[in-house]
Design a protein around this ligand. Sequence first.
Ligand SMILES: Cc1cc2nc3c(=O)[nH]c(=O)nc-3n(C[C@H](O)[C@H](O)[C@H](O)COP(=O)(O)OP(=O)(O)OC[C@H]3O[C@@H](n4cnc5c(N)ncnc54)[C@H](O)[C@@H]3O)c2cc1C
Length: 206
Amino acid sequence: MNNVLPDSVALELQKHLADAGVEWHLGTTAKSLNYNDGGFNLVLNNGTVIEPDLVVSAVGLRANTLLASQAGLAVNRGIITNALLQTTEDDIYALGDCAEVMGHNLLFITPLLAAAKALGKTLAGETTEVNYPAMPVAVKTPLYPLVLASPARGLQGEWVFEKAESGFGIKGLFVDSSEALLGFVLSGDCVKDKHTITKQLPSIYP
Ligand SMILES: Cc1cc2nc3c(=O)[nH]c(=O)nc-3n(C[C@H](O)[C@H](O)[C@H](O)COP(=O)(O)OP(=O)(O)OC[C@H]3O[C@@H](n4cnc5c(N)ncnc54)[C@H](O)[C@@H]3O)c2cc1C
């Protein structure tokens, strides 16, 4: 989660999962995976050999924009659209994981619903721009609960951290030079503050 979590919170998450028995192999990648004689053999790029019972691959998502680019649409991290979900071809629209809407390629359900509502109205004759409110994401790690609203790419600011009174959890606020809140991460017992803090966040678009 290095793209979305500040180090101090990521390290706490790592520690809590390690305490529960997770063994981490960081700074390397899988080189080969073979299945022989009824068992797996996984070799990492640093030479470590592991014989796991089960392999789950979760290496991240990237929009497959090949078809769109072959069709002549502008693409970046996703298919580029304006606030009406309209691609660089007026009669072609994009939404969901494949779309990069006003610079935002958001890979979860809430923005997809907001986009579907706006596009539905536009296609029914009422031209409507998408409205992305602040949309914090809950990470489903019950040993160390996490809610985060990452600051948009390129925003200038700094993280300010506070430990939970109970000692379990961190409140991290990303603020600009005038102390305006631009993003946050809450972990452990601090997760209970998510509604209050979300109200202070600006919308993503407009
Ligand atoms: C493991 C996992 C867990 C997740 N958990 C959550 C969660 O808890 N909460 C949340 O908000 N989001 C979650 N997400 C993200 C969420 O699932 C996606 O944001 C959402 O499904 C995106 O919807 P979509 O319609 O844009 O794309 P998809 O759901 O990927 O649907 C695209 C469809 O298009 C089809 N397709 C592709 N190419 C073509 C083609 N050329 N012709 C015809 N059909 C094609 C595909 O087969 C697929 O059925 C999770 C995702 C994953 C992978």
